[in-house]
Write a protein that binds this ligand. Structure first.
Ligand SMILES: Cc1cc2nc3c(=O)[nH]c(=O)nc-3n(C[C@H](O)[C@H](O)[C@H](O)COP(=O)(O)OP(=O)(O)OC[C@H]3O[C@@H](n4cnc5c(N)ncnc54)[C@H](O)[C@@H]3O)c2cc1C
Length: 381
């Protein structure tokens, strides 16, 4: 298979799996119950090199291929979907900085990217600009060697712990009037308002970000003025492989929980695994897991080969996230009433899965991306 790992890569993925299954499952349950962000885990993630996965070696990163990266996010999500999304976003924006940042910004930020206090965020959504980031209203006005940013971003993951906010702001009119800036979270005028009461992913912090007269040096603009939406799409295409990998990790965890519970739980004098209805739910999840992994790793392979992976990433994200939701539902069903209380891991997994079809492009947006591609180049041509 094209996605086969070599020996060193397998050792790395196995080490992440051991760490995740050994240390994160229990902590994830606590973060969920107490609605506490995973702040205390960040130093450990940094120590393990997990905050530097896609950064080039010249900046101290691990320079992982996308295929290896996908395996790692999958393993982390199996134990903690919150850790997986935290690192998926952090690694995604680090990579974008590496690709589009000025030399001055790269030298300033990237050598510290692997540290717990350098967490990155991706700040495009606003209260009135979700699926349509082209309608963003946050403004960036040039004053000499600086831009002055004013506005409010919404739903920003990693926002409480984040240092660097990759922020989309308006520098002109229309869809070509948007640009990205690296906002330092320590700068005057940056305010963070935690969002509480999320259905799931409670270890991953989410904020509303307010910017009032925040001054950003010109060299911290990402790319040219007006390139904002194009850079956002580049970032999101890569990010979708991350979320597809997060989703497949959730599917795998649901599957293992279903198999093990169905062998222990007895009704009518037999383990429920004897019942065909239960077997069907397990079989469907097993097939979907393999399909989700195949689509995701194929998107990662195309990316590693330097190909156009937009369509593959959209398909992987659409399928894997929808399947994570189906798998969460089935896992609760197999557990009966036990699956309905928060002591039970599948109850949490089902809630964590919910957002995967929403962020980094909803399922409807993925379908639009796929359909547009087909209109331009039919799959059967
Ligand atoms: C936990 C969490 C973390 C997040 N993290 C981040 C983050 O780190 N950074 C960030 O910038 N954003 C983040 N988001 C925001 C997320 O990306 C948006 O929620 C998402 O883009 C959808 O936008 P919306 O919620 O405004 O929904 P809307 O865009 O208002 O969509 C509502 C519904 O309409 C549908 N719809 C919209 N347009 C179309 C269309 N053209 N055709 C068909 N259907 C359509 C949608 O699919 C959806 O079903 C996060 C959200 C959550 C919940």
């Amino acid at each position: 298979m094209f996605w086969q790992l070599d020996e060193d890569q397998q050792i790395l993925v196995n080490a992440v799996r051991d760490y995740a299954r050994g240390e994160l499952i229990e902590k994830d349950g606590e973060w969920d119950k107490t609605e506490t962000p995973l702040t205390d885990e960040l130093p450990r993630l940094a120590e393990l090199g997990l905050m530097n996965l896609r950064i080039a070696e010249e900046y101290g990163g691990l320079a992982c291929s996308m295929v290896v990266y996908s395996h790692i996010i999958h393993e982390l999500a199996y134990a903690s979907p919150s850790v997986a999304v935290t690192l998926s976003i952090h690694n995604m924006v680090g990579e974008v900085l590496q690709q589009f940042g000025t030399e001055a910004t790269r030298r300033e930020i990237l050598p510290h990217w692997g540290r717990a206090d350098s967490l990155g965020t991706f700040a495009i959504s606003e209260a009135d600009a979700g699926s349509d980031p082209g309608s963003s209203r946050t403004r960036a006005v040039r004053e000499g060697d600086e831009y002055v940013l004013d506005g409010a971003k919404m739903w920003i993951s990693n926002g409480i712990n984040g240092r660097w906010f990759m922020t989309l702001a308006r520098t002109g009119e229309g869809k070509k009037g948007l640009s990205f800036f690296w906002v330092d979270g320590n700068d005057p005028g940056v305010e963070r308002f935690p969002i509480h009461g999320k259905t799931g992913l409670r270890g991953s912090d989410t904020i509303a970000l307010h910017l009032t007269g925040v001054r950003v040096p010109v060299h911290r603009r990402l790319g040219e003025e007006g390139q904002g939406l194009a850079i956002a799409l580049t970032a999101l295409n890569g990010g979708r492989i991350g979320i597809a990998s997060q989703s497949s990790g959730i599917i795998a965890a649901c599957l293992d929980e279903m198999v093990s519970y169905s062998k222990e739980r007895r009704q009518f004098g037999r383990p429920i695994s004897d019942f065909q209805a239960i077997q069907f739910m397990i079989s469907d999840t097993a097939v979907e897991l393999q399909a989700a992994r195949a689509l995701t790793l194929e998107a990662a392979r195309i990316r590693d080969a330097g190909g156009d992976f937009q369509d593959a990433a959209a398909k992987a994200k659409l399928y894997a996230s929808e399947s994570a939701n189906r798998s969460g539902y089935r896992a609760v069903q197999v557990h009966g009433a036990s699956g309905f209380v928060n002591e039970c891991r599948v109850e949490r997994l089902a809630r964590d899965a919910r957002v995967t079809t929403i962020y980094e492009g909803t399922s409807e947006i993925q379908r639009i991306v796929i359909a547009r591609g087909l209109r331009e180049a039919p799959a059967t041509a």
